[in-house]
Design a protein around this ligand. Structure first.
Ligand SMILES: [Zn+2]
Length: 234
């Protein structure tokens, strides 16, 4: 069965969401932050062909600006199997546990999901790791990487853009489906989600928030897997 083509949507000025229908196994979302002088990519995807398509789409939309940094939200193969395709000089950033798990897992997913056409894959972990938080500056855009795990995995990181009200959640959020939890931590999952919710709520001044609540408005709060999600208020 063929799936619809991925879509590259601009969710805020210079902030791109790469959405891959239908969000099922090994079909994840990624993103990019485009500055004046370079690009930060948030996650890759699962197969060589999907990753080459992702890089081509971002390069086209950014006018060929150089990739500076790749962020891995967590170690899963559908978010890291494109690491090896980064051009020379790109820094791959992730939590320390993300790096550990990329190296530990290796190519084991190819045995778990043998029907996926992976193409070439070279296991490539983050080259810059952190414990709690790290801030990237994409020219004028601030990207705060915050460890909120363990939840979906041991090394979950969100990428929060406070100036844009956008948060890249990795697989902490599945749109319309229960998140996948096989190797993270159920006990800490609510706290991870609260960390996401707190950031999107804090951006709204109280009076403006109240006004929006009365109007039943919503705003972009984050996206993980499946279609883009807006934080709904009623
Ligand atoms: Zn995952």
């Amino acid at each position: 069965m063929s799936l619809p083509d991925p879509q590259l949507a601009e969710v805020a000025p210079g902030v791109l969401a790469y959405v891959q229908p239908d969000g099922s196994w090994m079909v994840n979302n990624a993103g990019a932050v485009v500055g004046r002088s370079g690009v930060v990519l948030v996650d890759t995807t699962s197969t060589e062909s999907r990753n080459r398509a992702l890089l081509a789409a971002v390069a086209e939309r950014s006018g060929g600006l150089p990739l500076r940094t790749l962020v891995n939200t967590h170690h899963h193969a559908d978010h890291t199997f494109g690491n090896w395709l980064m051009p020379p000089g790109v820094t791959i950033v992730g939590h320390r546990r993300c790096r550990d798990e990329v190296l530990r897992a290796g190519l084991v997913v190819q045995a778990l999901f043998p029907d996926v056409a992976y193409g070439e894959v070279r296991v490539t972990p983050p080259t810059l790791t952190f414990e709690d938080s790290l801030t990237l500056h994409v020219d004028d855009t601030v990207v705060q990487l915050v460890f909120v795990g363990p939840a979906h995995t041991l090394g979950d990181v969100i990428a929060w853009l406070p100036g844009h009200g956008v948060v890249f959640t990795g697989d902490l959020v599945f749109h319309g489906a229960h998140p996948f939890l096989a190797e993270g931590c159920l006990a800490n999952y609510p706290r991870a989600l609260e960390e996401i919710a707190r950031r999107t709520e804090a951006r709204q001044p109280a009076s403006r928030l109240s006004q929006r609540l009365r109007q039943g408005a919503d705003w972009i709060g984050g996206f993980g897997r499946g279609p883009l999600a807006r934080r709904m208020r009623h």
